[in-house]
Design a protein around this ligand. Sequence first.
Ligand SMILES: [Zn+2]
Ligand SMILES: [Zn+2]
Length: 300
Amino acid sequence: MTPSLRSKSIQRYSETRPDMAPTLSFFEKLWTLQDSIAQEAPDWQPPAANEVESALASGRIVFAISAPLVPAEAFRVALHSVSSLLANEGGLPLEHADVLKDADFDTAVTEEMVADILKGVDAFISTMYDKLGGEDAGVPLTTYSFVVTTALTPFIAASATKALKPLKDFDWTRWDSGLCPVCSTPASSGRVLDSGALQGGVRMLSCPLCRAEWGFTRLRCSRCGERSHAKLEYLLDEQDKGHRIHTCQTCHGYLKTSFEKDLGFSVDPVVEEVVMLALDAVAAERGMSPLGENEDRVAN
Ligand SMILES: [Zn+2]
Ligand SMILES: [Zn+2]
């Protein structure tokens, strides 16, 4: 998380995209909350750069070698803070907001669950959801999934940055995956850097959970690994060439992507993902789903 790039981006889009201003203002509160939660993250020493490199080259993620500790009590406090903000200002249906405000995370989230959270966030979410009453309680799983991941990010984002920072010259074709090299979550967006050259720049993918960024071949599906140009396409609106949807006809998956050259500035993927929220509906209309048809086979 880079607050200065983030605030510059928020300001820019609030001016150029006034339609996005209310949504951005809600997310800005959420990101500020995450910044304060991050103060509670214990310090973590990443593995040595050569250890990280050899792990990645053999297809292992950083957190499989060594993962930061998520403190259970601070995490429960974070869950409460995120759900209150979401309930009060997230524009949820009133009945969902009421359930969320009363959610008993202190009972539903045990020390053991938090100790294992980085081994399987989805498993954590479904266990917690069941303990909170599941569907019968009236709030969709996706809402709790948002709460958990939003509360978790600040405990691991600085660690992810620390782990990858010494790898500046790493050849990312050695990782060659649409899954995050730090925590294994599928990429939530991409950005194509402005290289100044006609051929276009490098594509970086972004992790929605630990916010790591890593390089990935431009002409390849980040979901199923398809390389055939005939199957891959960028959907774009001529009015907004800086934001495109990279689609794949093989798996019907897609990745929302920012083009820095067209936008004319360096982007913050966290802000870009909010600005590109509307593109999900465009992709869905064409029968696409974010991870494609075979979620188990996300490019690896
Ligand atoms: Zn990650
Ligand atoms: Zn694909």
